[in-house]
Ligand binder design. Structure first.
Ligand code: NAP
Length: 359
């Protein structure tokens, strides 16, 4: 029998992507959906309509799945937790703090928000990168006397960086990273999101709180779980996060200094080996290629990459030696903020935890 799941924040940018990622899922069935009081009581199709213009605010490619159209959105207070096995949460972090804890008392909560990411008994999980840190969830349950847990994904800008850093950290002792992001508009959410007047024909050179998140999360994800605690990786991360007029998908320019000698050919081989042996291979939402490295210097490009393997592949290009350092490399990466970076990545995380027997 399929696990019964709820989506909280189902009308939002990530919530809409959850609706698509869970359509006809072999293990999970969406049985309840929730959003704020603004949407509660409305049929899903009405809840995603702009109340003033009447425009249907569907932000995902393709049609709205039939299964969701007539489902009624409820308020979080009206979700029936006893009829649920699992919750996917995609709400902003202040509201998430109380709401996610409320549900985690009874069932596992997979979250895209930052509410619990920095707590000692909470791992920040990227399926395929730090699966072993999922054991911290057992400690979290015990600590908090919960039947469930909160398992967050990282910030969507951290995702691509941590995925591409993992082989470089493990094999070449990456010690310093400089990153500049060019982040998509959808990463800022649906309401209020980024104003069209601000971002059209423009680049916004600052995203509040983003850079600190990337610094802390990357070190935690690449760290090791020892004696019930995550020891952050010994890596220094500096970044500049910008918003650009791209709808979906974050592009990042990365410079890495390593302890061991590194060259583009060996780095490419390391990425390909890592991708070939990926732990999540064969799971329903896993892509056939976890990582793809291009020799073509005109890739990655968001308009092209976002279509590759339904946005679940992290793509890398411009892999070149960086002579500023004794040992170093530079590259560009693309990571889809709403697919691998949030909703579909969260579904893949749930699949990984299900396989491990944690759900
Ligand atoms: N956008 C991305 O690419 C991305 C990527 C990774 C992580 N995230 C994180 O994921 C979360 C959701 O982001 P988003 O971009 O989807 O935001 P969004 O488009 O603004 O959607 C927010 C959703 O939360 C609901 N909501 C707001 N307050 C609520 C409350 N008190 N109780 C219940 N539901 C409430 C909203 O419902 P109404 O429609 O009824 O207001 C809406 O469904 C955030 O924590 C964000 O940082 C986003």
């Amino acid at each position: 029998m399929k696990k019964k799941v709820a989506i909280i924040g189902v009308t939002g940018s990530v919530g809409q992507e959850f609706v698509v990622s869970l359509r006809d899922h072999p293990w999970f069935e969406v049985t309840q959906i929730a959003a704020s009081e603004r949407s509660a009581g409305k049929k899903y199709l009405d809840a995603i309509k702009d109340p003033n213009s009447g425009i249907t605010n569907w932000q995902v490619g393709g049609n709205i799945p039939d299964y969701i159209k007539d489902m009624t959105v409820v308020s979080v207070d009206d979700l029936k937790v006893k009829d649920l096995d699992l919750v996917f949460s995609s709400i902003e972090s202040e509201a998430a703090k109380e709401i996610e804890a409320r549900f985690a008392k009874d069932v596992p909560v997979i979250s895209t928000s930052s509410a619990y990411r920095y707590e000692d008994d909470v791992p920040i999980l990227i399926p395929g990168i730090n699966d072993e840190q999922a054991d911290l969830l057992d400690i979290q349950k015990k600590n908090r006397n919960w039947k469930g847990f909160v398992a967050p994904l990282p910030n969507c800008t951290t995702t691509g960086l941590a995925i591409t850093m993992k082989p470089l950290y493990e094999e070449y002792g990456a010690k310093k990273v400089l990153m500049t992001s060019m982040q998509a508009i959808s990463g800022a959410g649906r309401a209020p999101g980024v104003s069209a007047m601000d971002v059209t024909d423009n680049i916004i050179p600052y995203i509040p709180k983003e850079e600190q998140k990337v610094r802390i999360e990357t070190a935690k994800i690449l760290g090791k779980l020892k004696n019930g605690k995550i020891e952050p990786a010994n890596i220094k991360v500096s970044c500049t996060c910008t918003r650009v007029p791209v709808i979906d998908g974050h592009t990042e320019s990365v410079f890495v200094e390593t302890s061991e000698p590194i060259d583009p050919k060996s780095a490419k081989k390391s990425y390909e080996e890592y991708s070939k042996n990926i732990s999540v291979a064969g799971l329903p939402s896993a892509p056939p290629d976890y990582l793809l490295v291009y020799d073509d210097p005109t890739r990655p490009q968001p308009r092209i990459e976002r279509e590759i393997n339904d946005g679940m592949t992290t793509t890398i290009g411009r892999l070149e030696e960086e002579t500023l350092f004794d040992h170093g490399i530079k590259y560009m990466l693309f990571s889809h903020n709403k697919k691998m970076g949030s909703a579909k990545g969260a579904v893949l995380l749930a699949e990984m935890l299900y396989k491990k027997g944690k759900i």
